[in-house]
Ligand binder design. Structure first.
Ligand code: ADE
Length: 230
């Protein structure tokens, strides 16, 4: 999968894309991630990429020309499945959407500022708007990093068998089960007997029960939406 991220503050994206599993995915050649600085597409010597809003109001608006030119230059080289705009007004990111995007070949991700991009960008080049939650970030970069992380780890071959995404919370609509490692007793707190039993059937059953219990306790909405789908 190739991901092109278009940003006015590319520095914000550096470390989240260069560590851990996202880094390994790139090293394995399973994900190719390019960050494009919007200022490289500005025309004047001050590299202006924003301007005041028509009709007045506070804040600056990202100008359409640099964004159009950057995305057009990318589209001239390959077909893109989606041009995603990170926005708190978009559809909410969840595991289902991450799964869907992990099957795409080429994605553009545009990072903007809240209420801060010329509407013609959204109308003419954006195919999908995605929000990471009902709160407002300073810009779309941190949201883009979250999206890329959630998607890239699901690309087939990125995780090894022991890290398999199949056991992730949410992957089948339930939260995860409690995990323990050595020691078997720590400050008087004991690892449940089931996990020490060596009986795989018993362990599997215990884990399923725990997932259900935890989901009931914390996220009844997940169980309800699953019931609606059945
Ligand atoms: N940009 C600013 N806030 C955002 C959010 N919550 N999700 C996605 N992009 C954003």
């Amino acid at each position: 999968m190739r991901i092109d991220i278009v940003s006015a503050v590319p520095e914000l994206l550096k470390s989240p894309l260069q560590e851990s599993i996202v880094r390994r995915a790139q090293e394995k050649g399973l994900a190719e991630i390019h960050v494009h600085n919007l200022r490289d597409y500005a025309h004047d010597k001050h590299k202006t990429i924003d301007d005041t809003p028509y009709g007045g109001g506070s804040g600056m608006i990202l100008k359409p020309e640099p964004i159009f030119e950057c995305v057009e230059a990318l589209k001239a080289q390959r077909m893109y499945d989606e041009v995603v705009f990170m926005s708190p007004e978009g559809e909410r990111l969840d595991q289902k959407l991450a799964n869907e995007l992990s099957l795409k070949q080429n994605l553009v991700i545009l990072c903007g500022h809240y209420k801060g991009v010329d509407e013609r960008v959204r109308e003419a080049i954006v195919t999908r708007e995605i929000s990471i939650g009902d709160y407002v970030l300073t810009g779309g970069e941190l949201a883009a990093a979250v999206l890329v992380d959630a998607v890239v780890r699901l690309i087939p071959g990125v995780l090894n068998a022991s890290e398999s995404a199949l056991s992730d919370s949410f992957q089948d609509g339930l939260l995860g089960y409690p995990e323990y490692t050595r020691p078997a007793e720590f400050r008087g707190m004991k690892v449940p007997d089931e996990l020490l039993s060596g009986d795989h059937e018993r362990i599997g059953q215990w884990r399923e029960e725990q997932r259900l219990r935890r989901t009931k306790e914390r996220r009844t909405d997940l169980l309800e939406s699953q019931r609606e789908q059945e």
